[in-house]
Design a protein around this ligand. Structure first.
Ligand code: GLC
Ligand code: MG
Length: 425
């Protein structure tokens, strides 16, 4: 929680599968658009919270498969596990609350009497979550009967049906909505309640998110029947909850615009960045823009190459040095020259670049120390460098842009590039 010292301008609390992550989009375009928007506009003063049904193991697996950002807070196992920061430090206070009126053994004993229930994988059985699959046609009856039985055994549980197949049993005080309410209360007690909160989801276990007071909500266009039905019965007159026209992360961007929560211009949507609206010019925006230039250059997605490369050169300090992960040093201008030769070398290939965890610290009146992760997907190889750059402000407040001074790169452990001759910047 160290990073969280000020009230967030926007706190996004988003489900992952079929909300932030579109499993029907192999190119991950809406996710990449969201990432660029977040790092350019929100990372420096807002909070990103992922709230997933997945256990920590399956969550980490998804992060390896998809170009996901690192959230500030991760809520896993349907609101039963809350962790903070990159290190995912657990919230022990939450665990204590969940222990009330909960006895896992009684739950497994009673559920074993239902042949309609098929136990999910071992990884998805958690201290405060017991999960099954159940057929759509049988779900309602089973849930009712199970709830009666557990009540008789003195337990106070919550049974949630999601995705037309998953049945989760949790302590009554758990769930995505309760976990969000807990976080909001915690921030309020610390005197830093978020200015705006936006909850995003697509299935049954997300319904609770939309009944927490003072929270905007978006059900993405591809939301499941069970969520739409819940909405029709419980929240259809609430103007703060919308059913987006767009799928997944594009629906989240749509909601940011709809509720006027800040800029909804993703730099990825602009061929010419001059038209892209930012709430506050900040070094994060420069980093996102720079690497988008770089991606488009290597994909050969740009015309007007000379103007393009000279605008890149204009944002580089002539004396700047880049230290590569191998320890090799080059001037930034040399790097630009190499880049020039690699125009379109990734054309037609699945080549994408995105940045994560952009963190800027001012050093002096017109210089920033900017640390971030640069990810590069080329074919099926995914590499990442942790980069520290000194970035100078041109003119006043960055409105005239920035220039890159020194850049230091280090491989992120486990994501080294095998053949680093094509790692250009
Ligand atoms: C995720 C979890 C699963 C859970 C489902 C719905 O898929 O892995 O255990 O049942 O979300 O909450
Ligand atoms: Mg989902």
């Amino acid at each position: 929680m160290d990073r969280i010292t000020k009230a967030a301008r926007l706190m996004i609390v988003s489900d992952l599968d079929h909300t932030m992550v579109d499993h029907h989009d192999p190119e991950n375009m809406s996710l990449l658009r969201f990432n660029a928007l977040w790092e350019a506009n929100y990372r420096h003063d807002s909070l990103l919270v992922f709230s997933t049904g997945r256990s920590p193991i399956l969550y980490k697996q998804l992060r390896k498969e998809k170009p996901m950002l690192t959230p500030d807070i991760t809520i896993m196992s349907v609101g039963t596990e809350i962790t903070y920061g990159d290190l995912m430090l657990p919230d022990d206070g939450w665990v204590e609350i969940l222990n009330q009126k909960w006895d896992r053994n009684v739950v497994t004993e009673e559920t074993s009497k239902f042949p309609e229930l098929t136990l999910q994988a071992e990884t998805e059985q958690r201290p405060h979550k017991v999960s099954f699959y159940v057929d759509k046609t049988k779900a309602q009856v089973v849930m009712k009967e199970l709830s009666d039985r557990l009540k008789k055994r003195g337990l106070d549980v919550k049974i949630i049906y999601s995705g037309g197949m998953d049945l989760d049993i949790l302590p009554q005080g758990a769930g995505k909505g309760q976990a969000l309410a807990y976080l909001l209360k915690k921030f309020k007690n610390e005197g830093i309640p978020p200015v705006n909160t936006l909850a995003c989801g697509d299935s049954g276990n997300d319904a609770e998110l939309f009944s927490i007071p003072d929270v905007y909500g978006v059900m993405v266009s591809n939301a499941q029947e069970e969520l739409l039905q819940w909405h029709a019965e419980n929240a259809k007159d609430n103007p703060n909850v919308i059913h987006a026209k767009e799928r997944c992360a594009a629906g989240i961007i749509e909601a940011i615009g709809h509720f006027k929560l800040g800029s909804n211009s993703s730099p990825r949507d602009f061929a010419d960045f001059v038209e892209c609206k930012v709430d506050h010019v900040n070094p994060g925006y420069e980093v996102v823009k720079f690497y988008l230039f770089y991606e488009r250059w290597r994909r050969g997605d740009t015309d007007n190459c000379e103007t393009y490369i000279s605008s890149l050169k204009a944002s580089c300090d002539p004396s700047a040095i880049v230290v590569f992960p191998s320890g090799v040093e080059k001037t930034l201008h040399e790097c630009m020259h190499t880049l020039k030769v690699h125009y379109g070398d990734q054309k037609g290939k699945p080549f994408r670049v995105w940045v994560d965890r952009v963190l800027s610290t001012p050093i002096g009146s017109s210089t920033w120390l900017v640390k971030f992760d640069k990810w590069e997907l080329a074919g099926d190889e995914r590499c990442c460098c942790v980069i520290t750059a000194k970035i100078n402000v041109k003119g006043s407040g960055g409105s005239d842009g920035y220039t890159w001074a020194n850049v230091q790169q280090k491989w992120l452990e486990g994501y080294e590039k095998k053949d680093d001759s094509t790692w250009l910047f």
